[in-house]
Design a protein around this ligand. Structure first.
Ligand code: ADP
Ligand code: MG
Length: 221
């Protein structure tokens, strides 16, 4: 179990870590948006291929379009207090991503913005992220184990709560996306395939993993 010390470093099993989200005040939101948009764009074809296998093949373009739209206004978002910035990013994603994932990722960011403190420490970020995941699950009428984005988001939340480092969290997200391969889809378009959804990675799990990688890269330090 980690404890927060006054300087907001983390004490984990006797070692002090000042990495991921140890100091959100230093967060460069414009850079984070740029890295996330770059990562999604670099993997758009991969996301499309994943969605071609068990969906309708639009996920790569959906995500690329949405994150380009967010990137186009990155400076305006970054000028806002963090809660307002996240809410505005969520709204922009709802308007631009489309598909099932647009409203769900939009809900994730909007709920995160609603719950998060202006200058959050890791504990409050973790709590806000937990609430945001609950909002996605409510919106999608979905839960962990159904081969969706939740199968990456929830383990990432648990890793944050468990005091893992940025590199560890990125790795956990990667493995969580891989772990959707043998699952049978029970929500979203892929669920129409029944057993034929087995053997393919969930596109939204993969895009969630890419977003987490971008955050860990920028904030992890
Ligand atoms: P669409 O399925 O409408 O074409 P996308 O291709 O953009 O939308 O997004 C598909 C992804 O959305 C899936 O891979 C899955 O991760 C996520 N998703 C779909 N439905 C749900 C749901 N009910 N709850 C959580 N995630 C979902
Ligand atoms: Mg699709």
């Amino acid at each position: 179990m980690q404890q927060l010390s006054n300087d907001r470093s983390f004490v984990t099993a006797g070692t002090v870590e000042t990495g991921i989200l140890g100091d959100m005040a230093a967060l460069n939101l414009a850079r984070l948006i740029a890295v996330a948009a770059e990562t999604i764009a670099a993997h758009a074809e991969e996301l499309t291929a994943l969605d071609q296998a068990i969906g309708d093949g639009d996920h790569g373009l959906n995500m690329k379009r949405g994150f380009e739209a967010v990137r186009a206004e990155a400076d305006a978002f970054a000028a806002k207090p963090l809660p307002d910035a996240l809410k505005a990013i969520g709204t922009k994603l709802v308007m631009t991503v489309g598909g099932a994932s647009g409203p769900l990722f939009g809900t994730l960011f909007m709920a995160l913005g609603k719950e998060i403190a202006t200058d959050p420490d890791r504990a409050s970020l973790t709590a806000a992220f937990g609430k945001a995941i609950e909002a996605v699950a409510a919106r999608g009428k979905s839960q962990v184990g159904q081969k969706t984005m939740l199968d990456v988001l929830q383990p990432v939340h648990d890793a944050l709560a468990g005091g893992k480092t940025a590199a560890e969290i990125a790795d956990i997200a990667d493995r969580a996306a891989d772990a959707t391969i043998p699952m049978k889809a029970l929500r979203g378009r892929a669920s129409f395939l029944g057993d034929r959804s087995i053997g393919h990675m969930d596109p939204g799990a993969r895009s969630s993993c890419l977003m987490v990688a971008a955050v860990c890269d920028v904030i992890g330090g």
